[in-house]
Design a protein. Structure first.
Length: 343
């Protein structure tokens, strides 16, 4: 069957042309008039758009002809396997697609399809968010913002990061970049991941498995969660783990909200044991309006946006083009999703 690439989310036209130049022998179909328009740079889901019956019929026809999808079609997640029976490869625009693939049972419903992720694309912005959070915490940003808001001139003492300890849970592409930045700020870094081999190649001072997490929590000035949401990681940080942190520690979650028992975190924040939380992800998204987290002065909330960058689409297209080259050359592709482990 003739190969056809269908681009299923908005991409800048110059990046589409880069794909076409990479694989001139493959037809690249890009119909932005049929896609959800982006609400901000690198918005892959887009704003709601109602297609006319004729447009919907045309889009379904394009799905039926496609053999390669750039991104999941967010207008047809439930029936994608039925509408795109010829697709044998999906290049995602997100790194954390495991839960989506598992929830939709794509591995069973699309057994001959390979899913590749955008692993690594979000490492720099997420590491910068972690660094910002640690600096805000150590320099007491909330305090000086309150002083400025009240027009108060009252000197105070903050602290610095040198020699503090960051425990980074999850050492994939993002976690490794977080650890590298933390070391650049001269923190001691303890990395936690399933595979503890190759510690000498990672930017950590110590590498341990998940079973040793509790041993190192009492030393953690910062607990930074970067792990994916899997059956193993769900609820891994609860009341017991939070109580094991030293009083005054800060939690930074840039992994998934399901990693944390939110009621336990709220209770610890209210007691002051965990001094602050810097949260980009939550158990339920959008964060419900009645969540106490919204109004807590020791919590910083970002709406699952710490990973986004206006330079993101170009980086994802870089991965896609390299994977296209490998695909045509018969070489292993980058970032292939393990549909059992879900990352």
């Amino acid at each position: 069957m003739t190969e056809r690439i269908l681009i299923a989310s908005y991409v800048e036209p110059d990046l589409v042309e880069r794909v076409r130049r990479t694989v001139p022998e493959i037809e690249v179909i890009y119909r932005p008039d049929l896609l959800r328009p982006p609400r901000y740079p690198a918005d892959h889901k887009g704003a709601d758009r109602d297609r006319t019956p004729e447009q919907e019929a045309e889009w379904r026809g394009l799905l039926g002809e496609a053999t390669i999808l750039y991104d999941f079609d967010h207008t047809h997640l439930d029936d994608l396997p039925d509408l795109a029976p010829n697709v044998h490869w999906v290049q995602a625009t997100s790194a954390g697609i495991g839960q989506l693939v598992g929830r939709q049972a794509y591995a069973d419903r699309m057994p001959d399809t390979v899913f590749t992720t955008a692993r690594g694309v979000h490492a720099i912005p997420l590491a910068e968010f972690a660094a910002m959070s640690m600096l805000m915490h150590s320099r007491r940003a909330g305090h000086f913002q309150a002083l400025q808001s009240n027009k108060e001139w009252e000197r105070y003492a903050a602290t610095d990061l040198v020699g503090r300890t960051a425990v980074v849970v999850g050492l994939g592409a993002v976690g490794s970049e977080v650890a590298r930045v933390a070391q650049a700020l001269r923190l001691r870094v303890v990395g936690v991941r399933r595979n503890t081999t190759g510690a000498d190649t990672l930017p950590v001072d110590e590498l341990v498995g998940p079973s040793h997490l509790m041993t190192h929590l009492p030393d953690a000035d910062f607990l930074i969660l970067v792990a994916p949401h899997t059956p193993e990681t769900e609820g891994m940080i609860g009341a017991k783990q939070l109580a094991a942190l030293p009083r005054g520690a800060a939690l930074i979650n840039i992994g998934r909200g399901a990693l944390v028992d939110e009621p336990a975190l709220i209770a610890s924040l209210e007691s002051g044991h965990v001094a602050a939380a810097y949260l980009d992800v939550f158990a339920e998204e959008p964060l419900p309006m009645n969540s106490p987290l919204w109004e807590m002065p020791n919590v910083l909330i970002t709406p699952h946006s710490a990973s986004t960058s206006d330079r993101e689409n170009g980086r994802i297209i870089d991965i896609f083009c390299e994977n296209l080259r490998r695909y045509l050359a018969g070489e292993p592709q980058l970032n292939v999703l393990d549909t059992v482990l879900l990352y």
